[in-house]
Every structure is written in C-alpha cells, then in structure tokens.
Ligand binder design. Structure first.
Ligand code: MN
Length: 140
C-alpha cells in the first residue's frame, strides 16, 4: 500500500451516537433533560421507574445513566447499588441527579456507586461538561 492509500483509510472512524438512560419520575424534569441532551446530539432512553431502569440498562447497555435519587418505588441509590453489583452493568457510569442538597448526600451517592453527583436545579454548562467527560473516548 502506498502513502496515498494509507492517508485515505486514516479517515476518522464514524462515531456512534452516545446513548444516555435518563431515570427521572418528574415529567417536567424528564422533558428538560431529554430535550437538552438530544439538542446536544445524544440519544436518550427514558424511564421514571427504578426497576425498569435496571432492565433497560441490562438490555440496552447505555453509555451513561442519569439517576434521579428520589423515585417512587426503589430509591435511585438502591437502583445504583444493584447496577454496580451486576457485572453486566457495573461499568456504566452513573451520575446522580438530585434535589437533595444536604451535607452527606453526595457521600451517600458516591458510597452507593454513583460516579458523580449533580444537584437540581441543574447548571447547564457544568452539567453538559460532566456528561461529556464521562462519554469521552479516552475513558475506554
Ligand atoms: Mn424524583
């Protein structure tokens, strides 16, 4: 193969759109997160139900999970613990999204296996930077 051909095949590999599972039971918050992420060219999966979040994560293997910690049935902390205890899903980063802003909550979230913690109302720029950091290719 000559140099010209080599440069032709060096075109960047087309990047797959990253998929984010949004776990949020509040419809307004869900729509905000979904619209924001889709406007930034992420693909989204959505559920407001913790147990369904676990099965969706196993079946769809999203690249990232946004986890509301206050869910109606199983708490987001418990959902995260189950995801992190399962070798099928334990490498998917989980960002806790919560209205709790009490001292100690961040530690609780991190102790449960969350990889990061953001509080509502969401600061859009820093939120998007956090999302992008977890989806950067150098993390593979
Ligand atoms: Mn909630």
């Amino acid at each position: 193969m000559n140099a010209r051909n080599a440069s032709n095949i060096a075109a960047p590999w087309p990047e797959r759109q990253k998929r984010i599972l949004i776990v949020e039971d509040n419809l307004l918050n869900m729509r905000l997160l979904k619209d924001l992420l889709e406007a930034h060219r992420y693909e989204t999966l959505t559920t407001g139900d913790g147990l369904q979040a676990i099965s969706l994560a196993r079946e769809q293997l999203p690249d990232l999970i946004l986890m509301d910690l206050q869910l109606p049935d199983v708490s987001g902390l418990e959902v995260t613990r189950r995801l992190k205890a399962d070798e099928r899903t334990n490498r998917i980063p989980v960002i806790a999204v919560t209205a709790f802003a009490m001292a100690g909550d961040e530690k609780k979230a991190l102790d449960s296996g969350c990889d990061a913690y953001v509080t509502k109302p969401i600061a859009l720029d820093s939120f998007l930077r956090t999302v992008a950091a977890f989806l950067a290719p150098q993390r593979e």
